[in-house]
Ligand binder design. Sequence first.
Ligand code: ZN
Length: 157
Amino acid sequence: MWHMHIVNDKTSQLYQQVMLDHNKTPRNYRVLDPADHEALGHNPLCGDKYKIFVNIDEHDVVTDVTFIGDGCAISKASASMMTSIIKGKHVDEIDKLFHQFHDMAQGKLDPDTDPNDLGRLKIFAGVRNLPARVKCATLPWHTLHAALQGKEKISTE
Ligand code: ZN
């Protein structure tokens, strides 16, 4: 029960709101056809499974990114927010965000004190206190990374 651990401060309330909102109305939840890149990501620990589709223009800027699949509230909110944030960004910028997000989820980067470009993604800082959920939050990012690298499948195991 992930929500048992985070109670009663403002960040937690915002976190829960964002989780609910993105699960009720996931952004960019559709197949992208045709897609320049796509990859399937699987987190067997929790059962999260998502396919990410990406289109990139000649300047390596993401013109469209979508996802389908299913999983827990954290993984779905993460996929939804990731796709809405990276649209229009250059792949180098996305790579930087991927590493910062990963470090934040693992507790190696403090989004409030370490320099970062995470913006709204800071909401996921809470998973560093929930080790079992780190893979849920980072799965969409790993899958996107795999898609951009030309890999078709990844697993967090
Ligand atoms: Zn999960």
